[in-house]
Write a protein that binds this ligand. Structure first.
Ligand SMILES: Cc1cc2nc3c(=O)[nH]c(=O)nc-3n(C[C@H](O)[C@H](O)[C@H](O)COP(=O)(O)OP(=O)(O)OC[C@H]3O[C@@H](n4cnc5c(N)ncnc54)[C@H](O)[C@@H]3O)c2cc1C
Ligand SMILES: NC(=O)c1ccc[n+]([C@@H]2O[C@H](COP(=O)([O-])OP(=O)(O)OC[C@H]3O[C@@H](n4cnc5c(N)ncnc54)[C@H](O)[C@@H]3O)[C@@H](O)[C@H]2O)c1
Length: 459
């Protein structure tokens, strides 16, 4: 006998729990199915713990550089990795608890621990239970991809998930992949005191960024002792003592490298393999994502897909925005759409990168007439006063409409400051409005009008 609900949510990532709560708040009977931890990747082994660790790494950096500010720290600065992990666990634990308490307080929400899989387009199995509902929402997220290199299964490699259990200092951490995950962990562990080598098959770090931004990111990390090996792929992996030995190919040249720990950070695979989607009549695309329309509906009536699993975003804020769109449409009778969502994200190295809209490369490819301004952070008073002048600011605007097309702010506060340009973009306000507004001194944002006053045609 199946159990009847008004709605079923599979996966408790960054949209599922909020949608389940919204539906329950509207008086609907909802089943929320989660096989691991409430809050999914972001809370348990993604944003929250990594940014907590980044904060510990920043404290280590500040203590080591205190003398440069006239502050004397006696003796060598050491990092207690068990205490770092305990602090991280506390922050994560509090977040999971508050989510658990909140969801537990909702009377028509049934939280079911287990793995959900489709039996038909209106039925989902969890353990021995079969649930049925006219509306089913998938929010199953993604997991670290693991390559099929020879020997990989015989070594204790790490992913972003198992990294969360590390409570000792790796002697030499080798990271494969120089993108968001690899770069954040690289700087963090270099600051904790590990030797860090990053291996990347492409030619630069953060290759989705423009070459000047990539080069500045590389410079920041190299200055802190991180070694990069570009144009390099792993051929095989083997155990070596307590660590790992990697056989590498750098162009035509063969090489090897030995490390105490290996972190694999080369992308994520959507969690669709366990859902038995065929029973619901849903097919994934070639990379395993669930195709959706602009309202996040799958091709099967009554089934939606939100978050990383739909391939329309790969961030917590995009997953949460998926919840807002679906909730508005399904509960409040709205017509919101994902079309036109401005791409925004941060890279949380220190100083961070804040990114909105199009890159220079994307603007060039679009062929439109544009203006661009670039300013090194070394020109910003606040950066000089703080003694942190690495990075650059870059803004692109449409030459005719004067609207902001995109921006990259790599520097102190870059992740926050870039939002001022985001609001101009969202409101369709010409950049000249910001140029003519008085800003607070001394801030980083006060230099954006100066940057805008010096825009040059993109040749
Ligand atoms: C190391 C790291 C750092 C990150 N940092 C940031 C950051 O700073 N900012 C940012 O915006 N994004 C960041 N991200 C990305 C962000 O974590 C994800 O985009 C975000 O979690 C959205 O995921 P989601 O809602 O799609 O699902 P997820 O958070 O992945 O959750 C999906 C949930 O579904 C469950 N599940 C899967 N299959 C089933 C099933 N069959 N039955 C039941 N349950 C199931 C899983 O157990 C999981 O709990 C980071 C990611 C990583 C890995
Ligand atoms: N700050 C943030 O918001 C944040 C932080 C961490 C993760 N995330 C999310 O997690 C997702 C995954 O991040 P990621 O860094 O794992 O992956 P990614 O897909 O962004 O980058 C993977 C990198 O690994 C390289 N690579 C792939 N195969 C390789 C190989 N065999 N040898 C050497 N290099 C190889 C690629 O060239 C690329 O540079 C991102 O898309 C992002 O959405 C976001």
């Amino acid at each position: 006998m199946s159990e009847q609900f008004d709605a079923i949510v599979i996966g408790a990532g960054q949209s599922g729990p909020f949608l389940a709560a919204k539906l329950a708040g509207a008086g609907r009977n909802v089943a929320l199915i989660e096989r691991e931890h409430l809050g999914g990747t972001c809370v348990n082994d993604g944003c929250t713990p990594t940014k907590t660790l980044v904060a510990s790494a920043r404290a280590a950096w500040a203590a080591r550089h205190a003398a440069q500010f006239g502050v004397m720290v006696k003796g060598p600065v050491t990092v207690d990795m068990a205490a770092v992990k305990a602090r991280k666990d506390k922050v994560v634990g509090a977040s999971v608890k508050s989510l658990t308490d909140w969801l537990g307080s909702l009377k028509t929400l049934d939280y079911i621990k287990g793995e959900g899989s489709f039996v038909s387009s209106s039925e989902v199995k969890v353990g021995k239970r079969v649930l049925t509902a006219p509306q089913i929402f998938i929010n199953t997220g993604a997991t670290a991809s693991v390559p099929d290199w020879s020997g990989i299964r015989s070594v204790p490699y790490l992913t972003n998930t198992s990294m969360m259990n590390v409570d000792t200092l790796p002697g030499h951490l080798i990271i494969i992949g120089a993108s968001y995950i690899g770069l954040e962990f690289a700087q963090m562990y270099a600051r904790f005191g590990s030797k860090v080598t990053v291996i990347e098959r492409g030619a630069r770090a953060a290759s989705r960024e423009d070459p000047d931004v990539s080069a500045a990111i590389r410079g920041i990390l190299e200055a802190e002792g991180v070694t990069f090996m570009f144009g390099t792929t792993v051929e095989a992996v083997a155990k070596a003592g307590h660590g790992v030995l990697l056989s590498l190919k750098c162009g035509e040249r063969l090489a090897s490298i030995e490390g105490s720990h290996l972190l694999v950070a080369l992308g994520r695979t959507p969690n669709t393999g366990d859902l038995n989607l065929g029973a619901a009549g849903i097919e994934t695309d070639a990379r395993g994502y669930i195709p959706v329309d602009d309202h996040l509906r799958t091709k099967v009536k009554g089934i939606w897909a939100m978050g990383d699993v739909n391939g329309r975003g790969a961030f917590t804020h995009t997953s949460y925005n998926d919840f807002e769109i679906v909730a508005d449409n399904v509960v409040d009778g709205g017509k919101r759409s994902v079309a036109g969502r401005i791409p925004v994200y941060g890279l949380f190295i220190d100083p961070p990168l804040g990114r909105i809209g199009m890159s220079e490369a994307e603007v060039r490819k679009s062929g439109r007439k544009a203006l661009m301004g670039v300013m090194p952070m070394a020109r910003v008073s606040r950066a000089k006063e703080r003694g942190e002048t690495q990075g650059l600011m870059k803004v692109l605007v449409d030459a005719e409409s004067k609207q902001v097309l995109g921006a990259a702010i790599l520097g102190i506060g870059g992740d926050e400051i870039v939002h001022s340009l985001l609001q101009l973009m969202a409101a369709g306000t010409p950049y000249t409005t910001m140029m003519h507004t008085v800003h607070i001194h001394p801030t980083v944002t006060e230099l954006i009008p100066t940057l805008l006053a010096d825009l040059k045609p993109l040749e």
